[in-house]
Design a binder for this molecule. Structure first.
Ligand code: S3P
Length: 166
């Protein structure tokens, strides 16, 4: 079986589902944001505040390219990975792209009080989430070859659903 790549908005559960799914499939789990933080020796917050979002996006693409050599992994991406067309093409070459789709309300709940995501460290974060989601949702749908509705499902249920569809 090929690599499984999880895409979706911040707070959609890519990392927690990815870990459980990797366990079930007995595969290694790779979290792109963790790889970036380890490799760059900086948090995502630090990369954004020191160099800006554009620079982060360049780094993100270079870490994505590194995944082209991987096989049989479960990979969780950052929510903005679909913003570049070139990244989507790479994702599709890496493996099966799975979109974890959920409602605005549930994302809002999951992201409440978040301190790790630089794009949300502002007073109007609810508005930011709404705007980003409106812009990105069609892109996630287009980029994915599998779409999983995750609202009101446990991480375990979501992982089982993906496994049964692979
Ligand atoms: C981002 C999502 C984050 C991280 C960065 C930017 C985004 O990953 O890559 O903060 O633009 O949606 P998660 O989706 O894992 O939170």
């Amino acid at each position: 079986m090929n690599n499984v790549i999880l895409i979706g908005f911040m707070g959609s559960g890519k990392s927690s589902v990815g870990r459980v799914l990797a366990d079930k499939l007995e595969r290694k789990f790779i979290d792109m944001d963790d790889e970036i933080e380890l490799g760059e020796e900086k948090t995502i917050n630090e990369i954004f505040s020191e160099y800006g979002e554009d620079h982060f996006r360049e780094i993100e693409t270079s870490y994505l390219e590194k995944l082209l050599t991987k096989k049989n992994k479960v990979i969780a991406t950052g929510g903005g990975v679909i913003l570049k067309e070139e990244n989507i093409a790479i994702l599709k070459r890496i493996g099966t792209v799975v979109f974890l789709h959920t409602t605005f309300e549930s994302l809002l709940k999951n992201l409440q009080g978040d301190t790790k995501r630089p794009l949300l460290q502002r007073d109007d974060s609810e508005e930011v989430i709404r705007n980003l989601l409106n812009k990105r949702e069609p892109i996630y749908f287009n980029a994915a070859s599998m779409i999983i509705q995750t609202t009101d499902k446990s991480v375990e249920e979501i992982a089982n659903e993906i496994t049964s569809l692979l």
